[in-house]
Design a protein around this ligand. Structure first.
Ligand SMILES: [Fe+2]
Length: 276
């Protein structure tokens, strides 16, 4: 049976949902004398302005991790100052650079993350597509990802709560090989990814998986579901073939969900505000 969208009485327009996805902003703090402060600040500021100028506006923005370079409070503060300009709700999931505790502390006031923070896992309801954030961080703090049994059990239970609602997962580490990357596999264990794919395959309402971490675009299939990475917003850390003329232009993704055919996605090339 095809998943239902929305509920009775929902206006027709709400059956379309637009998600803007940004990732890997790697922001540094102004007080750290890091030479990338201004460039990465400008990259995110330009993205925020571009997202706010889209017509129609996205319903939500998701950030799939590595919001910060070092996971310190000053970097999260700086990020929140920039992201506060967004006209729509923002949902974040931690990257290996962020750490889960620092991110959960920074965004606690927004109310959507679990306060105890054994892992950052939550669901966002109230939109045509249910969003489920998955914490892909390894418990030992390593750059590569992992899923512990508790997280997979929690995901299974969260998905079981709403079996008829189209659902998109978002996490930092892509649970698939990215062949163009120097190290194509982002997890510590193959079994972790196989276990995630098995959970996804048990819940046919899962229609997309959005990730970051690789700083380059790639698409694959996980548990029968389309999954993708997004280029890094931080242009100095972006990989892939981009023309030199695009050096000042960050890239992000716009995912559009339609009831009849699911998600379609496009890359959005941002013109730096400094160039306008
Ligand atoms: Fe990153």
């Amino acid at each position: 049976m095809a998943p239902e969208v929305g509920c009775a009485g929902e206006k027709a327009a709400a059956r379309i949902m637009i998600i803007a996805q940004i990732a890997d902003t790697h922001l540094v703090a102004a007080d750290g004398a890091d030479p990338m402060f201004e460039a990465r600040t400008e990259n995110l500021r330009a993205c925020v302005a571009d997202i706010n100028g889209l017509d129609p506006l996205p319903d939500v923005v998701i950030h799939t991790g590595d919001l910060t370079q070092n996971g310190v409070a000053a970097e999260f503060d700086h990020a929140q100052t920039l992201l506060a300009a967004l006209k729509m709700p923002l949902y974040v999931t931690p990257g290996n650079r962020d750490g889960r505790e620092g991110m959960a502390r920074a965004f606690a006031a927004d109310g959507y993350m679990p306060p105890d923070c054994a892992f950052v896992h939550y669901a966002v309801d109230g939109h045509p597509v249910r969003l489920v954030a998955m914490d892909s961080l390894a418990d030992d703090g390593a750059a590569k990802g992992d899923f512990c049994p508790a997280r997979l059990t929690s995901l299974d239970a969260t998905l079981a709560q709403a079996p008829a609602r189209p659902t998109a997962l978002f996490m930092h580490h892509p649970p698939f090989d990215v062949p163009a990357a120097p190290d194509p596999f982002a997890y510590q264990r193959r079994q972790a990814v196989a276990d995630l794919a098995a959970v996804v395959a048990r819940h046919p309402q899962v229609v997309r998986i959005f990730t970051g971490h690789m700083h380059r675009p790639c698409v694959a299939t996980v548990g029968g579901v389309a999954a993708s990475t997004v280029p890094s917003v931080a242009v100095d850390k972006r990989y892939g073939d981009y023309a030199a003329s695009m050096e000042g232009q960050p890239v992000y993704h716009v995912h559009r969900f339609e009831r009849d055919w699911g998600f379609s996605s496009e890359s959005r090339l941002v013109v730096s505000q400094a160039d306008l």
